[in-house]
Write a protein that binds this ligand. Structure first.
Ligand code: PEP
Ligand code: MN
Length: 339
């Protein structure tokens, strides 16, 4: 951390700041320039609040150099993490993993129809919500355990990994036998108790970025899971809330290369929630792969007009198959292939 003192800072104020830093566990190197003194604080401590120094008398500016996270940071595994998801699917390497399916599991007929179509098109994972976080309590809330059973059955039949959203701690043991990847939704990115519990399980967790979360906050949330011992975390950009109203959210494609630089964890993209509009999903999916995404999460429905949730952003199966063909062209152009 660098602490720049004001030009008018007195020797007493500078010494006070030095003492604060030493008490915090830092060793301090002072440079006295012609106009101002600069204090460089070096140490292993990462859980400090720079504001505690900013408010001290005589301090002009405090600049943090080390990241506030360590397990999720790139330095922890500079070569990058490749996670084994099961069924021979690896994420974080040269393959891009596509997971697709309906927003919600609605019925056996619906799920098996969509699953067959996405499997034929080349998806490796089946997504579908059994517990749905809906903005309105009057909207469809999901099929619960019955939905999980259907997901497992459909995944097994078509050789797909199953990913589904966990909304609260009590659902973890219920979901364990049925799913391959836990999805933590945008609304729960900072549900720290849930994240801690997911740190104790030995199944991968896909952690979505909150609608108003910074990338540092996303990495700190990943840190909650990893500090519990579960290192199999996948991050996911799913759009953030901005002043733009044309799209449901603003798909932050730049989050992909930023996270790839800051973290060793695989980075997924969800252009369905990222845009909220069916026709905008394929372009953002293509852009995500071009930008370096390790996985895509895409909503597909065979009859989206009748979908119980997110029909407007769900691709028709033919649209999804076309997108997969396009991705098979784009991925090699950026040194990747579709898993
Ligand atoms: C979903 O995947 O259907 C979902 C609810 O996602 P998010 O948490 O990104 O809104
Ligand atoms: Mn959805």
């Amino acid at each position: 951390m660098i602490v720049a003192m004001q030009e008018t800072a007195t020797e007493e104020q500078i010494q006070d700041v030095v003492e604060h830093l030493v008490r915090m566990g830092f060793s301090v190197h002072r440079t006295t320039g012609e106009r101002q003194s600069i204090l460089a604080a070096v140490g292993a401590r990462i859980d400090f609040d720079t504001r505690n120094l900013e408010v001290l008398a005589g301090v002009e500016h405090v600049h943090r150099i080390s990241a506030p996270y360590k397990l999720s940071g790139r330095a922890f595994r500079p070569e990058g993490s490749i996670l084994n998801l099961g069924r021979g699917v690896r994420i974080g390497g040269d393959e891009v993993v596509v997971m697709a399916g309906p927003c919600s599991v609605e019925s056996r007929e619906q799920l098996f129809t969509v699953t067959e179509l996405i499997a034929k098109a080349g998806a490796r994972g089946l997504r579908g919500g059994a517990f749905k976080p809906r903005s309105s309590p009057y909207s469809f809330q999901g099929m619960g355990e019955e939905g999980l059973k259907l997901l497992r059955e459909a995944g097994d039949k078509f050789n797909l990994l199953v990913i589904s959203e966990v909304m609260e701690i009590s659902q973890i043991p219920l979901m364990l036998p049925y799913i391959d990847i836990f999805q933590v939704g945008a609304r729960n990115m900072q549900n720290f108790n849930l994240l801690r519990e997911l740190g104790k399980v030995r199944k991968p967790v896909l952690l979505k970025r909150g609608i108003a979360a910074t990338l540092e906050e996303l990495l700190l949330s990943a840190e909650y899971i990893m500090s519990g011992g579960n290192y199999d975390v996948i991050l996911c950009e799913r759009g953030i809330r901005t002043f733009e109203t044309y799209t449901r959210n603003t798909m932050d494609i730049s989050a992909i290369p930023v996270i790839k630089k800051l973290s060793h964890l695989p980075m997924a993209a969800d252009p369905s929630h990222g845009t909220g509009i069916r026709d905008k999903v394929p372009p953002m999916a293509r852009a995500s792969v071009a930008a370096g995404a390790d996985a895509l999460l895409i909503e597909v429905h065979h009859n989206p007009d009748k979908a119980f949730s997110d029909g407007a952003q769900s691709l028709y199966p033919e649209q999804f198959a076309k997108l997969m063909d396009e991705l098979r062209i784009i991925a090699p152009a950026v040194g990747r292939k579709i898993a």
